[in-house]
Design a protein around this ligand. Sequence first.
Ligand code: PLP
Length: 407
Amino acid sequence: MSDLSLGSDRGALREKARKLDEADPLSAKRAEFVLDDDTVYLDGNSLGALPAVVPGRMADVVARQWGRLRIRSWTESGWWTAPERVGDRIAPLVGAAPGQVVAGDSTSVNVFKALVGAVRMAGEGRDEIVVDATTFPTDGYIAESAARLTGRRLVAADPAGIVDALGPRTAVALVNHVDYRSGRLHDLPGVTAAAHEAGALVVWDLCHSAGALPVGLDEHGVDLAVGCTYKYLNGGPGSPAFLYVRRDLQSRFDSPLPGWNSHRDPFGMSGRYEPADGAVRGRVGTPDILSMLALEAALEVWDGVPIEAVRDKSLALTDFFLECVAAYVRPGRVESITPARHGERGSQVALRCAGAGAVMETLIARGVVGDFRHPDVLRFGFTPLYVSFADTERAARVLAEVVAAGT
Ligand SMILES: *Cc1c(COP(=O)(O)O)cnc(C)c1O
């Protein structure tokens, strides 16, 4: 491609970005986040940006609720019931009716609760746990331990062929909704239906889909799900994760971590464990209130935002990024491993690239923040609440310059 045609591409793509931003119904949301004008932040799939409402809220939580009300805040400031309240705030974003989601602990811990809980519900005859072979590592480690503890066999299966691994011996399948490396979106309705057909349960890990696209937990009859809140939900570093247990399974959910917060009468201080009803049964110990309330404040940015609008913009952003990359980056320098088909794409674009680690370092130094995943993947996360089409065009343009300069 000659420099001349690249120049006209640039003009046309910048103009296209301007028009897309003008027509974007979510464009005003960016002002609700703390961001730098000179940086394109495409790492919201690792740590979401700070919602502007959070610092003021936290000042109140620390100075007044903790500092002055002290112990009274457990009741007067609603601390004790925050896990259920925050869970109900997350619920509509993942397609769940109230009373089925509880916030707390980390995703890793919730994977453990969900998997062991599912094995116990599945019953004795079912001796296999099927796990997504391409999973984010922590899920695989926890699944291996859960299998060992419960005397089940672990079966690893590629998500594309996971349906074939399900059968009369399957207790539960643990699947990532979106692959953290490639950005591939897995078939939640199809795999869930196939698991049920086989008489098994399914646990979905929503870390890379919660807040990025419609999940439809209730609609698709998902059994259990977990997810984190510091990626597309912008809850802050290490913010509490969440656990979904479908309403009609809750009475059979036998948590492997039955802490006192999940007791029917926690302040009865009984020596005998009796589980609470409902989502509360997924709680363990005293919640991490500071992080929990930062998350609660952060979730306010979702007020009035339909997740469908987020999905529409997410697909438009990733389409546009791929278009700009194809126009700007010399052929052969990068290769997208993110599916081109919308139905198979999450909210990120992953590009395989020689020297990806060094390329990402240079990109970050030039104000385009994505991340590097071993061994050769450049990851760009598109958070529709605060990433613009102009950001997207700029990211592709800088990428093309960095890749060209490095060779
Ligand atoms: C980010 C992520 C996690 C993180 O687990 P933590 O317990 O919060 O560290 C787990 N699983 C998947 C699929 C993830 O993307």
